[in-house]
Unconditional design. Structure first.
Length: 169
């Protein structure tokens, strides 16, 4: 939850006007749920023997009315009846899992520091970037800490074949 609050704060403080303009220009579409797709926080990305690996902490990601119901179950004494911003995250199992990242994995980002100037960061819905570019931005934490965002990892044959950065309003 701490990571979520930090990530939201960074984005809110530095990008408030940009987020509202671009969110209005494009439509948000939730990542479809599937048996092979797992919401997670990415804890670490590293190379070993010429391969790239990701260590992830699976979470449960809820949106809309489902988020409200789960929020009410977990936050009975909060004084509010709906999940703030329309989503809610549960992380009951802190077990970390490490997977190889396929060289041709599809990586779709919503926001990251494209130019080296964090104040220019902007939302581009499902922008595809190369695995090496993702690794670079994740490790270098260049103004937008990608570790603070949840992701949807699609895993087949014990390899990550797709990563979708979860948009957080």
């Amino acid at each position: 939850m701490r990571k979520l609050i930090i990530g939201i704060s960074i984005i809110f403080l530095s990008l408030t006007q940009i987020i509202y303009v671009n969110a209005a220009e494009a439509e948000y579409n939730p990542v479809p749920k599937s048996q092979d797709t797992h919401p997670a926080y990415i804890q670490k990305i590293f190379s070993e023997n010429g391969k790239i690996f990701i260590t992830a902490d699976y979470i449960q990601w809820f949106e809309g009315e489902e988020a409200n119901k789960v929020f009410r179950d977990y936050e009975k004494d909060s004084g509010i009846s709906e999940a703030p911003d329309g989503y809610y995250i549960v992380n009951q199992n802190k077990k970390l899992r490490t997977f190889e990242l396929a060289n041709d994995a599809v990586i779709l980002m919503q926001i990251y520091n494209r130019t080296g100037k964090v104040e220019e960061a902007d939302i581009v819905w499902n922008e595809r970037i190369h695995v090496k570019k993702y690794k670079y931005h994740f490790i270098n934490n260049d103004g937008i800490n990608l570790e603070d965002f949840p992701y949807h990892l699609t895993i087949k044959n014990n390899k990550i074949i797709k990563i979708v950065q979860q948009y957080i309003p």
